[in-house]
Structures are given as structure tokens and as C-alpha cells.
Design a binder for this molecule. Structure first.
Ligand code: FE2
Length: 297
């Protein structure tokens, strides 16, 4: 697998990575993110109410990440404005989140500007239909201590720089899966799958008291929308490593978690990860209105 060198120039529009030549790449992120300091924040994430077995914990945040020398994608501004309106925001409030407003922060090194977006729900289509609509899932926000940290900013612009997009909405998910002596935990509820993104980034933050064959990352190739059988990647990604993959060309899976030492850590094992997925219209913009309990306006 060739190394895709990050050749970011803050003074010119980025060049998009050629995805036809890209399957996956693992990167040691420990030089620009102190993942050890992040583990504690996973303890604060509440249980995911949509997984009835109770082994998953999830917090999410949304961002818009646009290069200063790239034109804004109009569909992104339109999409944000539409979901903001459905969230009961005034135009004045809504405009703060558009590309015409000042970004939340800017990376001088790469030229990327980042807007922190409201706490949108995860939802497949923008109009919620309670009878036939896709399920809307509401998750709390990732801790401000993380979102305001240099390490997190580095992570977000690393993802943007690696793929070299011009403008995108990025969903960031902090996810813990745990296991107990009496039950395993499933990192991928649906088995081998794709998520309909162009590409995905996953950072491993912590593996604690789980067996060596727990949370093994596996990829197989896609064949015209069907899963193939041959594993092209089959390894435990250790904490501090970041892996990017092409979600159109490979299917991914993480093996079940089992407790390593039944006496240790109260008989509980955990695996903490960060998942980042960039969205560009018209494809896959799974953003629903901000749940009332998260509205700040
Ligand atoms: Fe997935």
C-alpha cells in the first residue's frame, strides 16, 4: 500500500486524493494526538439507547470543514440552512453556521476552516416522517474539552488534508463498546458492511481488558455492491493508530469484544474509538433537526 503523502498547501485549493487508487491506509497519529488524555472522556459518554443490549456508548458532533481557497459547495449551505429552519432557528441564528460566517477556528498550516455545527440528530433524510420516515437518532455532544483541544483540531484537519476535499460536512462519533464476563460487545452490530460514505477515518483511543482477538479490524473488497470473502486486512489496530478507508471499495467489520481478565477492571473490557465520515451532497447527508433538548437558542 503506497503512502499517500500529505502535500497540503495553505495557499492553494486542495487536490482531492484519487480514490480509484485507494483502499486503506493506517497512520500513527500519536505524534499529533495525545490519545491517552482522551480515554477519560469516554467514561462520560452515556449508553446508546438504540442498542438494547446496552454495550454501546455514543456521543457525536458535526462540523463543516472547507478550505479557504475552495469555493463553498452551495448544496452544503442550503442543507445546513434547511435543517436549521426545521430545528426552529431564526435566520439570524442559522446564518452563523453558513460559510458566509466566520469559522469557529482555522488551521493556518493547512488552510482549512472549521465551523462547529449544531447538535443535529442522525437521520437519513431531511424531512422527518413519523410513519414512513427513517429513524431519527439523538445523541449528546462530544465533550467541549475534546472539541476545543489541539489534538482534536489536528485530527479533523488531518482527515481533510489526507483526502484533500474542498468542502464537506463531517460527522464525528466518539464510541465506546464494552463487554462483561456475562456478555460480549459488538463493534459492528450489522456484521461486514459499508456506510454509504466515500471514505471514513477511525482512530483507536483505548483497548482495556479485552482479549487479543477482540475488536480485530477486518476489510474485504466490494464487488459491484456485493461483499467478497477474501480478507484484505485482518489486524488489531492499536491505540494511537488512525486508519482511513475507501467505503465504496471495501466492506468493514470489527470482531466481538471479550473480557481478558475476569478479575480485572471489575470484569469489564472496553474499546474506545473515534469515527469520522465526510458528507458532500447530493449523496448521503444523514442530518436531522436538532432535538429540542439540545437547542440553545
Ligand atoms: Fe460502519
Amino acid at each position: 500500500m503506497p503512502q499517500h503523502k500529505n502535500t497540503m498547501n495553505p495557499d492553494a485549493a486542495p487536490k482531492e486524493l484519487d480514490l480509484s487508487n485507494f483502499l486503506y491506509e493506517a497512520i500513527d497519529a500519536s505524534s499529533f494526538i495525545d490519545v491517552k488524555s482522551w480515554s477519560q472522556y469516554f467514561d462520560l459518554i452515556p449508553v446508546d439507547p438504540y442498542i438494547k443490549e446496552g454495550y454501546r456508548y455514543k456521543a457525536i458532533s458535526w462540523f463543516r470543514v472547507k478550505h479557504k481557497h475552495a469555493a463553498a459547495i452551495e448544496g452544503i449551505d442550503q442543507h445546513i440552512a434547511a435543517v436549521n429552519a426545521l430545528s426552529g432557528m431564526t435566520d439570524e441564528e442559522s446564518n452563523k453556521y453558513l460559510s458566509s460566517a466566520a469559522p469557529s477556528w482555522h488551521s493556518g498550516e493547512t488552510g482549512y476552516s472549521v465551523w462547529r455545527l449544531p447538535q443535529y440528530a442522525m437521520q437519513q433524510s431531511i424531512q422527518y416522517n413519523p410513519v414512513h420516515g427513517d429513524m431519527r437518532r439523538e445523541y449528546p455532544r462530544i465533550s467541549d474539552a475534546i472539541l476545543n483541544s489541539d489534538g482534536f483540531h489536528n485530527l479533523l484537519v488531518h482527515y481533510a488534508s489526507f483526502f484533500g476535499w474542498s468542502d464537506a460536512i463531517v460527522l464525528v462519533q466518539f464510541q465506546r463498546v464494552d463487554c462483561l464476563v456475562s456478555r460480549v460487545g459488538q463493534p459492528t452490530v450489522e456484521g461486514f458492511h459499508q456506510d454509504g460514505n466515500r471514505h471514513v477515518g477511525m482512530l483507536i483511543v483505548n483497548r482495556n481488558n479485552i482479549t487479543e482477538d477482540s475488536g480485530v479490524s477486518q476489510y474485504v473488497m466490494d464487488d459491484n455492491g456485493k461483499k467478497t470473502d477474501e480478507l484484505i486486512f485482518d489486524a488489531v489496530i492499536p491505540p494511537g493508530q488512525l486508519i482511513y478507508w475507501n467505503d465504496k471499495r471495501v466492506w468493514h467489520y470489527g470482531s466481538a469484544l471479550k473480557v481478558a481478565n475476569t478479575e480485572g477492571n471489575g470484569g469489564r473490557g472496553v474499546r474506545d474509538i473515534v469515527i469520522m465520515s465526510a458528507k458532500t451532497p447530493p449523496a448521503n447527508m444523514p442530518i436531522g433537526p436538532v432535538p429540542e433538548k439540545f437547542r440553545t437558542w
